[in-house]
Design a protein around this ligand. Structure first.
Ligand code: NI
Length: 139
Protein backbone atom coordinates (compact mmCIF):
# COMPACT_ATOMS: atom_id res chain seq x y z
CA UNK A 1 0.00 0.00 0.00
CA UNK A 2 1.44 3.37 -1.02
CA UNK A 3 1.86 6.29 1.37
CA UNK A 4 0.83 4.29 4.42
CA UNK A 5 2.76 5.46 7.46
CA UNK A 6 4.44 2.79 9.58
CA UNK A 7 5.83 3.39 13.07
CA UNK A 8 8.87 1.42 14.13
CA UNK A 9 11.25 1.43 17.08
CA UNK A 10 14.95 2.01 16.51
CA UNK A 11 17.68 1.09 18.99
CA UNK A 12 20.90 3.08 18.67
CA UNK A 13 23.87 4.03 20.88
CA UNK A 14 23.15 7.11 23.02
CA UNK A 15 26.08 9.09 21.57
CA UNK A 16 24.89 8.44 18.03
CA UNK A 17 21.37 9.66 18.84
CA UNK A 18 22.80 12.79 20.52
CA UNK A 19 24.88 13.54 17.44
CA UNK A 20 21.91 12.89 15.20
CA UNK A 21 19.69 15.25 17.23
CA UNK A 22 22.38 17.95 17.09
CA UNK A 23 22.60 17.54 13.31
CA UNK A 24 18.80 17.51 13.00
CA UNK A 25 18.41 20.73 15.01
CA UNK A 26 21.20 22.49 13.10
CA UNK A 27 19.32 21.69 9.88
CA UNK A 28 15.99 22.82 11.36
CA UNK A 29 14.31 19.46 10.99
CA UNK A 30 11.09 19.61 13.03
CA UNK A 31 11.06 15.87 13.82
CA UNK A 32 13.36 12.85 13.86
CA UNK A 33 10.98 11.13 11.42
CA UNK A 34 11.43 13.84 8.77
CA UNK A 35 15.23 13.78 9.18
CA UNK A 36 15.46 9.97 9.06
CA UNK A 37 13.12 9.87 6.02
CA UNK A 38 15.38 12.31 4.17
CA UNK A 39 18.53 10.35 5.07
CA UNK A 40 16.92 7.16 3.74
CA UNK A 41 15.94 8.97 0.53
CA UNK A 42 19.52 10.26 0.13
CA UNK A 43 20.73 6.69 0.47
CA UNK A 44 18.19 5.39 -2.09
CA UNK A 45 19.08 8.14 -4.59
CA UNK A 46 22.79 7.34 -4.18
CA UNK A 47 21.90 3.72 -4.99
CA UNK A 48 19.89 4.76 -8.08
CA UNK A 49 22.98 6.60 -9.37
CA UNK A 50 25.35 3.73 -8.54
CA UNK A 51 23.10 1.15 -10.17
CA UNK A 52 22.72 3.11 -13.39
CA UNK A 53 18.95 3.61 -12.98
CA UNK A 54 16.81 6.33 -14.56
CA UNK A 55 17.69 9.52 -12.71
CA UNK A 56 16.93 13.23 -12.87
CA UNK A 57 19.02 16.20 -11.88
CA UNK A 58 20.86 19.25 -13.15
CA UNK A 59 24.29 20.26 -14.29
CA UNK A 60 25.47 23.81 -13.71
CA UNK A 61 28.47 25.32 -15.42
CA UNK A 62 30.29 28.62 -15.27
CA UNK A 63 32.37 29.91 -18.16
CA UNK A 64 33.73 33.06 -19.69
CA UNK A 65 32.01 33.47 -23.05
CA UNK A 66 34.88 35.63 -24.35
CA UNK A 67 37.22 32.62 -24.21
CA UNK A 68 37.74 31.54 -27.78
CA UNK A 69 35.58 28.61 -28.88
CA UNK A 70 34.07 27.87 -25.47
CA UNK A 71 30.48 28.76 -26.41
CA UNK A 72 30.60 26.54 -29.53
CA UNK A 73 32.14 23.67 -27.60
CA UNK A 74 29.55 23.87 -24.78
CA UNK A 75 26.79 23.76 -27.42
CA UNK A 76 28.43 20.94 -29.41
CA UNK A 77 28.77 18.72 -26.34
CA UNK A 78 25.11 19.25 -25.42
CA UNK A 79 24.03 18.25 -28.93
CA UNK A 80 25.64 14.85 -28.29
CA UNK A 81 23.11 14.18 -25.47
CA UNK A 82 19.65 14.96 -26.90
CA UNK A 83 17.97 12.09 -25.03
CA UNK A 84 19.36 13.18 -21.67
CA UNK A 85 18.91 16.95 -21.71
CA UNK A 86 15.39 18.24 -20.98
CA UNK A 87 16.21 21.94 -21.13
CA UNK A 88 19.06 24.41 -20.86
CA UNK A 89 18.93 27.85 -19.31
CA UNK A 90 21.62 30.42 -20.00
CA UNK A 91 22.12 33.33 -17.62
CA UNK A 92 24.56 36.20 -18.29
CA UNK A 93 26.06 36.76 -14.84
CA UNK A 94 28.18 39.77 -15.79
CA UNK A 95 30.16 41.10 -18.78
CA UNK A 96 32.30 37.96 -18.94
CA UNK A 97 30.72 35.11 -17.00
CA UNK A 98 27.84 32.89 -18.00
CA UNK A 99 25.89 30.41 -15.89
CA UNK A 100 24.26 27.55 -17.69
CA UNK A 101 21.76 25.22 -16.01
CA UNK A 102 21.14 21.95 -17.83
CA UNK A 103 18.15 19.94 -16.62
CA UNK A 104 18.62 16.22 -17.20
CA UNK A 105 16.60 13.02 -17.02
CA UNK A 106 17.88 9.62 -18.09
CA UNK A 107 20.72 7.22 -17.49
CA UNK A 108 23.08 8.04 -14.59
CA UNK A 109 26.24 6.97 -16.44
CA UNK A 110 25.28 9.22 -19.39
CA UNK A 111 24.77 12.13 -16.99
CA UNK A 112 28.26 11.66 -15.56
CA UNK A 113 29.68 11.37 -19.07
CA UNK A 114 28.07 14.70 -19.99
CA UNK A 115 29.47 16.32 -16.82
CA UNK A 116 32.97 15.02 -17.59
CA UNK A 117 32.81 16.23 -21.21
CA UNK A 118 31.74 19.72 -20.10
CA UNK A 119 34.49 19.78 -17.47
CA UNK A 120 37.09 18.96 -20.09
CA UNK A 121 36.28 22.05 -22.19
CA UNK A 122 38.99 24.69 -22.03
CA UNK A 123 37.57 27.91 -20.59
CA UNK A 124 34.88 26.22 -18.49
CA UNK A 125 35.60 27.31 -14.92
CA UNK A 126 33.31 25.08 -12.89
CA UNK A 127 30.88 22.23 -13.48
CA UNK A 128 28.61 20.74 -10.86
CA UNK A 129 26.31 17.75 -11.16
CA UNK A 130 23.31 17.73 -8.84
CA UNK A 131 22.42 14.05 -8.47
CA UNK A 132 18.70 13.85 -7.82
CA UNK A 133 15.88 11.49 -8.60
CA UNK A 134 12.83 11.06 -10.81
CA UNK A 135 11.00 10.78 -7.48
CA UNK A 136 9.22 7.58 -8.47
CA UNK A 137 11.11 5.25 -6.12
CA UNK A 138 11.50 7.43 -3.03
CA UNK A 139 7.93 8.22 -1.88
NI1 NI B 1 26.08 34.63 -21.31
Amino acid sequence: MKNKIIRFGVSLPKELVEKFDKFRKSKNYPTRSKAIGDLIREFLIKKEWEENKEIAGAITLIYNHHKRGVLDKVTDVQHDFPGLIISTQHIHLDEDNCLEIIAIRGNSKEAQRLRDKLRAIKGVKHVNLCMSSTGKEIE
